[in-house]
Design a protein around this ligand. Structure first.
Ligand SMILES: [Zn+2]
Length: 83
């Protein structure tokens, strides 16, 4: 169980997703990340769409996304989920 760990907000999960996919998270952050995924369908969807992005691009998106770029990405993801 990871209930003694502080809750990982969705916004923080978005920040960590690149490190997660590159297996660069600390064990604690990884546990928090995966615990959040089990409880949050929106973030599961986000992770799936992020993986799809990588598959399409053939690589991870730019490491240091600006807040504006991240917002645009999130908006795009929301659009995709309606397709
Ligand atoms: Zn979430």
């Amino acid at each position: 169980m990871v209930t003694d760990l502080p809750e990982l907000p969705c916004r923080e999960l978005v920040e960590l997703v690149t490190d997660y996919l590159e297996d660069r998270l600390s064990p604690i952050d990884r546990a928090r990340f995966e615990a959040h995924l089990t409880e949050c369908e929106a973030c599961r969807t986000y992770l799936e769409q992020f993986r799809e992005t990588i598959r399409v691009l053939g690589r991870l998106p730019e490491e240091s996304l600006s807040p504006e770029a991240r917002e645009a990405l999130l908006t795009a993801f929301r659009g995709w989920s309606r397709l």
